[in-house]
Design a protein around this ligand. Structure first.
Ligand code: ATP
Length: 513
């Protein structure tokens, strides 16, 4: 646990030191759970967004994008159920005066039991060596089976109580499990209450005439209300999808864990409209497809898992999360939801307008069903950033900090370094920068010894360093150094573009899907 916490602290401080993420309004001591993306962070975030957009919109003939406004007509949120049901159960500790999400306290308790399971598995794997069969072990070892049963009992009781709005039982469960305030150890809890997560705001100049609005808590509704506009103007045939990326706002109760849970964050969502009855097939298809997208980034299959929901939201007939192994354990990164025709039907009812599709093959109108994929861009950023940050011990015993970002996502693709600041080397290096910057984001760096510059670029996640030396003046060749292997090659300046393209282009990476 201590190791995990250390790694997480390193992630937060590295993100600041290398210009990835700053606390919002830091000079005023910051604003809780709100963050700014700095000069490198904005590039990494953009590259993740582009990687998603390419795979989702541009590579799929039947998916198009939109960019809906953050402010929407307030009835939208009545129809979607957010006004009445977008609540989190909160509980206060009477001694520490700290506020928590009751469901998160219980889930964290279960995560601790999961850690115990992982320890048992590691121990057994060591004991049995090559003969170890994990599947068999976790389904037959009495202690592990007992742990799983305990987790299931707790989570299904919590699910039922939340569904039935039985908040007294949620509190009883916390007390029965002996869950204490993680900060102080106190078990002196208030009752559990519901808390609406939407931020309110006002439209209009005078107080009397102002209209109450909400900052959107999800991007999805902007797509639902535009469903027919896009279908008609784009002449889209079912099945088809509408995608968008954009800001969403939630007044989160427990806003901890850096950019994992923020009050202002960005979502990348795609709503796929299908024929009623075919939703199960498309749900399975999108689960597979989204996992493939994640795996294409090469961050290790063992770091992802599906978590199928038992407790379903009011609009869903199936739901699953793709969880990622963050420095604080496996947590939700993306949700795949089969949303039925709930949203379109609700908007029909509240707006009085038909939101139906005429199916020529079937020769009838219907309200399509929807399967959605919804991923938090900031969470994806945290997954990529925290996974990539490594401390390595080199052969000579020294250590280096290296940010092994998937090169397709790296903010800077190459740094061009003149070996010395004289003899015409800077001029050659700057000419290379001027050529390459048409195709890639590149940097020029002439400060400090070249070894230090390599280290700086390693820590910044730059996949290539290109060094111009005195020989370059005669042979028009440079040394290209690879971040991960630290291997160096002598190559012609004219070959640089091809070498970098092969390594960093979306095509090379997405073809792995
Ligand atoms: P959680 O259970 O963690 O609160 P959720 O199930 O409410 O998340 P969804 O409403 O399904 O999340 O939103 C889809 C995605 O948006 C999530 O998988 C997550 O990546 C991202 N997301 C949701 N809330 C936040 C937040 N407060 N900060 C950053 N990302 C978020």
């Amino acid at each position: 646990m201590a190791k995990q916490e250390d790694q997480f602290k390193r992630v937060v401080s590295h993100a600041k030191e290398y210009g990835y993420i700053f606390q919002s309004s830091e000079i005023y001591d910051g604003l809780s759970a709100v963050y700014d993306y700095a000069q490198n962070g904005v590039e990494l975030k953009k590259n993740i967004r582009d990687y998603w957009w390419k795979a989702m919109v541009q590579m799929n003939d039947n998916i198009v994008g939109i960019d809906a406004a953050i402010l929407m007509h307030p009835t939208t949120w009545k129809a979607s159920g957010h006004v009445d049901a977008f609540n989190d159960p909160l509980i206060d500790n009477k001694d520490s005066k700290k506020r928590y999400r009751a469901d998160v306290l219980i889930e964290d308790y279960c995560a601790k039991i999961e850690n115990k399971i992982e320890k048992e598995v590691t121990k057994a794997a060591k004991r049995f060596g090559d003969a170890f069969n994990k599947e068999e072990f976790i389904t037959t070892n009495p202690r592990v089976v007992g742990y799983y049963e305990k987790i299931n009992t707790i989570l299904s009781r919590m699910g039922k109580s939340l569904e039935n709005e039985d908040l007294a039982d949620v509190k009883a469960l916390i007390e029965e499990l002996g869950i204490a305030d993680p900060l102080t150890g106190s078990k002196n809890w208030t009752d559990v209450k519901q808390f609406n997560l939407m931020f309110g705001t006002k439209l209009g100049a005078s107080a009397e005439n102002a209209m109450d609005l909400y900052l959107r808590p999800e991007t999805a509704q902007g797509i639902f209300v535009n469903f027919l506009n896009v279908q008609k103007t784009g002449r889209m045939k079912i099945p088809f999808g509408i995608a968008q990326t954009g800001k969403a706002f939630r007044n989160e109760i427990v806003a901890r864990q850096f950019i994992f849970r923020m009050r202002e964050f960005e979502q990348m969502e795609m709503q796929f409209f299908v024929k009623p009855g075919s939703q199960k097939k498309w749900y399975e298809q999108w689960k597979k497809n989204r996992m493939k997208w994640h795996l294409s980034l090469g961050m290790g299959a063992g770091n992802y898992r599906f978590h199928d929901h038992e407790k379903l939201a009011h609009y869903a007939d199936a739901a699953s999360d793709i969880e990622f192994k963050f420095p604080f354990g496996f947590k939700e990164l993306e949700g795949i939801h089969s949303r039925t025709d709930f949203d379109l039907k609700a908007h029909e009812t509240f707006s009085g307008k038909k939101l139906q599709y005429f199916d020529h093959e079937e020769n009838k109108n219907y309200v399509p069903y929807v399967v959605e994929t919804s991923i938090g861009l900031d969470r994806m950023f945290l997954a990529v950033f925290s996974h990539s940050l490594k401390e390595e011990t080199l052969e000579n015993g020294s250590t280096r900090t290296v940010l092994k970002l998937p090169s397709v996502l790296a903010p800077t693709k190459a740094a061009i370094l003149p070996l010395v600041k004289k003899d015409g080397l800077p001029e050659v290096a700057k000419k290379i920068v001027a050529d390459l910057k048409w195709d890639f984001n590149v940097a020029y760096d002439e400060k400090d010894a070249v070894g230090r510059r390599y280290r700086r670029q390693d820590a910044n996640g730059t996949p290539f360093c290109i060094t111009v030396d005195h020989d370059t003046l005669n042979d028009q060749k440079v040394t290209i150094r690879h971040r991960d292997t630290m291997e160096q090659q002598r190559v012609a300046i004219t070959d640089l573009k091809d070498i970098i393209t092969k390594e960093v282009s979306m095509k090379s990476w997405l073809q792995k899907m």
